[in-house]
Design a protein around this ligand. Sequence first.
Ligand code: NOJ
Length: 585
Amino acid sequence: MLPRCAVRVCHVLVLVLCLSAAEDFDWTKNDRGSFYYGTFPAGFSWGAGSSAYQTEGAWDKDGKGLSIWDVFTHKKGKVQRNETGDSSCEGYYKIKDDISLMKELKLNHYRFSISWPRIIPTGIKSDHVNEKGIQYYDNLIDHLLESKITPIVTLYHWDLPQVLQEKYGGWQNISMVNHFNDFANLCFERFGNRVKYWITFNNPWSVAVEGYETGEHAPGLKLRGTGAYRAAHHMIKAHAKVWHTYDTQWRAKQKGLIGISLSGDWGEPVDIGNQKDIEAAERYVQFYLGWFATPVFHGDYPQVMKDFIGKKSGQQGLGTSRLPTFSSQEKSYIKGTCDFLGIGHFTTRYITQKNYPVGRSGSSYFTDRDLAELVDPRWPDPGSEWLYSVPWGFRRLLNFVKTQYGNPMIYVTENGVSEKMLCTELCDDWRIQYYKDYINEMLKAIKDGVNVRGYTAWSLLDKFEWDEGYSERFGLYYVDFRNKNKPRYPKASVQYYKRIISSNGFPNQREVENWRKKAIETCSSSNQLLAAEEQRSTAANILRLIHDPLTSHMEMVTEIVVPTVCTLSILLSAIFLMFLLRRRN
Ligand code: NOJ
């Protein structure tokens, strides 16, 4: 047995080591600097992304089973204007069309996800494998490779088979780990000869918090203070299991890489000179990115999450923490299960300390953090309510990843900006600005020594934006959702992104400014063309509506019914007035 003082020395050493690791990131330094002209390392991979439920459509075709999103969107009041992904961009039928758009951009990679219920309708492999679903992904992968575009494939982008939700409660249940592993194994078996980049989960934070805590996303559960932590716990275990399956059964033969894609907003202390704000900002990032990244890289949850959730659970009179724990075997099994880290990043918040005493209403993920989020009203916010453009936050986040997780290989798996316009707008000046500045900050991060290997613009197409329906457009390509054929039109940002790709960065000021001018010039004529086309299709739709009163096209219904009802009421009032006046006379 070690003498007591030796044990104490060890403790102190461990503590010093932990503290010095956490101290690596310098919160007090924020070098925003000016635009940096330069290029990316040779071989840097440029891409664009999508996900199955957001783009495929064909929700009930060719033997596909139901996903939790199919069921969620068909319930009234869950999604803006009750829109669904039933047909979305009809990507299921447009492999060749969409690949030609990628070729136009000269993409090196395309990131997409596999719909679990499309290939295993109930989610349980022993029930049935749907060969038609397999065939669809086979075709997509083959066509990509023929076009020299590398597929980066996500296994779980939120569309859990509905049967697994109904039977087991979805990610609340540990049995998901084995079902997900069977699904992943099937994907490795059938596609792994051609797919060399795998992502287990996309943004598990959203699945946990929005699916099981706030209920804004499918499956719509509101299990405040416990549901998100439990769902995350099972997803982390499932991720680790699938990584080990790939590592032990497939890696030697297939020689691919497998990682996870985490999303993280950056949290900047409101007052960089205030230690409390710095700690609050760090908590924000740890509860977001660190919740998943720390187990995957270090084997356990961030200490600050264990401390805060543990403390609050105690104050509630609970015997144990609401944050589940990993056994020591589990910790070593989970630690290091990441060949590359996918980062999805869109925006930043200012953070300050704010106490949420444990009250009668209990605790939630949000109150557990004891902080408040703020935004600077000068930050541009062209689209989604939550999405402010703060490019320097991206460089900060990337540097944080470098210092906290041992400078892992990073692929940026999502970055982009939306617009709220329902009308036609191909001249997306603000998106050009967003991409230009965010990509530039990523370049600066690479200069800082961050190991970023690729970048994925989010997204290739406008698509179904979860609970926001089609009201937020993230695409480089505009999709006309009113037209049954879902035609795609390039926005100005296509031209701009294409230039960044072909120059592998930003060569010099004159050229880069010229790109913008050219992109805007070409888009205004296509804008007019599209507007004319939309007018034509609106007229055709009106005619169709007149002939087919049973049509259920929501967008058209509101647009036509509202003016018609208004016009009719005005007409009726006028007739009534005239009638009254006549009687008086
Ligand atoms: C992250 C999600 O992974 C993606 O599906 C979504 O479109 C973007 N956030 C934008 O909201």
